[in-house]
Design a protein around this ligand. Structure first.
Ligand SMILES: Nc1ncnc2c1ncn2[C@@H]1O[C@H](COP(=O)(O)OP(=O)(O)O)[C@@H](O)[C@H]1O
Ligand SMILES: Cc1ncsc1CCOP(=O)(O)O
Ligand SMILES: [Mg+2]
Length: 265
């Protein structure tokens, strides 16, 4: 997919504009996510300016999903009774023209999980965001070397898999730290940072659904920058988690413009 945005300056100002829009509009983002990530995901969305709602009961989907500006589906603690709600929400989002984003957590860890993710991919997510191993498993549609929710592969090893998954699914496929280089390895030591960045992508595409590629790269870069700034004050993963949220909340244009590391995708 071709992007209209090329230089680092273009990317930085585009990302800043999107964050400003997000803060102004405070879009409602529905999250059907795992038990581990609910807290960090909701706090990340609030700090960025969005309005999160963790609503996953199938009984509530028909009333609620049409009111959300976007939807984030994350299979991290998937069980058979949750899958119908995820599919119902995805279908309604598509029907109402709302963007939705899939995080295929640990896609290659079991047949049940892989099949569920493949079924969700067939429902045309706007964006799929995963770590290297997840994108490789989805692209090959096979169980792979698995370390559970953490990646067994380097992100760069997943680039070809991401391209072929994007072609086959029609979705924008994002792998951690490919194309948007902000962030730091310590972020992997906080559980659910990947889940949180996927939800942030859902918030960004809510405010600019026609430019989902740019919104995705911007969200990845912004969470990475918040992590970089947070690390200046942190002593380890627990305090990084706190400072990352504070930094995201306080992010200003000057920092944003000077720190962005996005290259043409
Ligand atoms: N090696 C790294 N260098 C820079 N940033 C990283 C690195 N690993 C993770 N991050 C940051 O953490 C976020 C989550 O990535 P990752 O931990 O790979 O996802 P997941 O939790 O789904 O496995 C990334 O979007 C990025 O901001
Ligand atoms: C530890 C864990 N177990 C099931 S979901 C989950 C959280 C995964 O979060 P992330 O994909 O952001 O590392
Ligand atoms: Mg993950």
């Amino acid at each position: 997919m071709e992007s209209e945005t090329n230089s680092t300056e273009d990317w930085a100002s585009r990302a800043w504009n999107l964050l400003s829009k997000l803060r102004d509009q405070s879009p409602l983002v529905q999250c059907i996510t795992n038990f581990v990530s609910m807290d960090l995901m909701a706090n990340t969305l609030l700090s960025a300016g969005a309005s999160p709602a963790m609503i996953h009961s199938i009984e509530e989907i028909p009333d609620f999903t049409p009111h959300a500006r976007s939807l984030c589906i994350n299979v991290g603690t998937l069980s058979p009774d949750w899958l119908p709600a995820m599919k119902a929400a995805a279908e309604l989002a598509s029907q109402f023209g709302k963007p939705w984003v899939l995080d295929p957590v640990a896609a290659g860890a079991s047949g049940f999980r892989l099949n569920a993710c493949l079924e969700l991919v067939c429902m045309k997510p706007t964006v799929i965001r995963g770590n290297g191993s997840e994108i490789i498993a989805l692209s090959k549609a096979s169980l792979g070397d698995s370390k559970g929710v953490d990646s067994f592969h380097e992100s760069m090893d997943a680039v070809e898999a991401a391209k072929s998954l994007a072609k086959a699914s029609g979705a924008i496929v994002a792998v951690s730290v490919v194309g948007a280089y902000n962030g730091l390895p310590m972020m992997q030591k906080i559980t659910a940072t990947g889940c949180a960045v996927t939800a942030l992508i859902a918030a960004f595409v809510a405010v600019d659904p026609l430019h989902a590629l740019e919104a995705t790269a911007s969200a990845l870069s912004i969470l990475g920058i918040a992590g970089e700034l947070g690390m200046d004050m942190a002593k380890g993963p627990a305090s990084l988690r706190m400072h990352l949220i504070d930094s995201l909340y306080g992010l200003d244009q000057a920092v944003r413009l000077s720190r962005t590391k996005i290259t043409s995708l």
